[in-house]
Design a protein around this ligand. Structure first.
Ligand code: HEC
Length: 281
C-alpha cells in the first residue's frame, strides 16, 4: 500500500473518528466483542460471523474458493512436520514439551494469551513454550526466529484445531492489561496517523488498493499463517507489519505493549474455532 492510497483512505475517514461504542473505557470484554460484532453485522448483514475466521476472504468468494483449493494440499506441510519432530524431541532434562505444558499441550492454544497472576503480566503461547524450555535446561527461543519458535508453534497449534478461542480477563490487573491492549488498538499512530481500528473496524470489507481489509473479530484464531504458501508469519509479526504500513515504529515483539495488544485482540475472537495453520496471500 503506498502513501497516496493511504492518504485517500484517511480523507475518507475524516470526521468519522473512532465512534465505535467499544472504545468506551471499562466495558467488559464480552460487551466489547458484542459491540464489534454488532458494528460489522449491521454493515455486512450477509456475511456470517463464523466466516470471519477467513479474514478478508469472507468478503470475497473468488479468493475464498482459491484458498479452499490451496488448503486441500497445504504447501506448508513440510514445515508442520519439522515442528512435529521438534515437539517430540526430548529437552535437555529428558522431558518433552507435552510434559510441561497444561493438558499435554493439547486444546490449550485458545486460552492464550492469558494473564499470569504470579508474574503480573500477560503470557503468550510462545512465552509458555519458552518457560517450558528454560525450566528444562534449554535456552529460550527468539520469538521472531521462524525456523525454531515459528515452526514449533505452527505444529503445536495444530493440537488445538477446533478449540474455541477462550481468552479470560478476570481481576483488576488482567483488566488493566486488556485496557492497555485496547488503547493500543484504538490509538492513531505513525506518520499516517492510523489506528488498527481505522482499517480493521471502520474499513473492514473495504478494498484498499488490491487488498480487502479483514475484520478484527476472527483475526486471532489461525496463526501462524504461511504467506504465499511458505513464508511463516506469526501474529505479532503481522502486527509489526501493520504498524510499519502506517510508518509507526512497532513495539518489540514480546514486549508488554505487544502482548497486551494480542490479549485484547484475541479476546475479540472468543467463541470462534482455532485452526493452524492457514495460507494467506
Ligand atoms: C492502513 C490500514 C491498516 C492498519 C492501520 C492496520 N492494518 Fe492490519 N492489515 C491491513 C491489510 C491491508 C491487511 C491484509 C489484508 C487483511 O487480511 O486484512 C492486514 C492484515 C492484518 C492481519 C492479518 C489478517 C489475516 O487473517 O491474515 C492482522 C492480524 C492485522 N492486520 C492486525 C492489525 C493490527 C493489530 C493493527 C494495529 C497495530 C493493524 N492491523 C493495523 C491493513 C491495516
Amino acid at each position: 500500500m503506498n502513501q497516496k492510497n493511504i492518504a485517500k483512505l484517511l480523507a475518507g475517514l475524516a470526521g468519522l473518528g473512532i465512534a465505535l461504542g467499544a472504545a468506551t473505557a471499562m466495558a467488559t470484554p464480552e460487551q466489547d466483542r458484542q459491540e464489534f460484532i454488532k458494528y460489522y453485522t449491521s454493515k455486512y448483514p450477509n456475511v456470517k460471523v463464523d466466516d470471519y475466521v477467513y479474514g478478508a476472504l469472507a468478503f470475497d468468494p473468488d479468493s475464498k474458493a482459491q484458498y479452499d483449493a490451496i488448503m486441500e494440499f497445504p504447501p506448508f506441510e513440510a514445515d508442520i512436520e519439522k515442528g512435529r519432530k521438534m515437539w517430540e524431541t526430548p529437552l535437555k532434562s529428558g522431558k518433552k514439551y507435552a510434559d510441561c505444558l497444561p493438558n499435554g499441550g493439547k486444546q490449550i492454544a485458545g486460552n492464550y494469551p492469558m494473564f499470569d497472576e504470579a508474574k503480573g503480566k500477560v503470557v503468550t503461547l510462545q512465552d509458555a513454550i519458552n518457560d517450558c524450555r528454560v525450566a528444562n535446561g534449554e535456552e529460550a527461543y527468539k520469538l521472531n526466529d521462524m525456523k525454531t519458535m515459528g515452526v514449533l508453534t505452527a505444529y503445536m497449534r495444530t493440537l488445538s484445531d477446533g478449540m474455541l478461542m477462550n481468552i479470560k480477563v478476570e481481576g483488576p490487573k488482567a483488566m488493566a492489561a486488556y485496557e492497555d491492549g485496547k488503547k493500543t488498538f484504538f490509538s492513531r499512530k505513525g506518520q499516517l496517523n492510523f489506528a488498527c481500528a481505522s482499517c480493521h473496524v471502520q474499513n473492514a470489507g473495504v478494498r484498499l488498493r488490491s487488498e480487502l481489509i479483514s475484520p478484527a473479530v476472527g483475526h486471532a484464531v489461525h496463526w501462524p499463517v504461511f504467506r504465499g504458501g511458505d513464508n511463516l508469519v506469526t501474529l505479532q509479526q503481522r502486527y509489526d507489519g501493520c504498524f510499519k504500513q502506517v510508518r509507526a515504529v512497532p513495539p518489540a515483539q514480546g514486549s508488554v505493549t505487544m502482548n497486551n495488544l494480542e490479549y485484547f485482540h484475541s479476546s475479540l475472537s472468543n467463541g470462534l474455532p482455532m485452526k493452524a495453520s492457514v495460507f494467506r496471500k
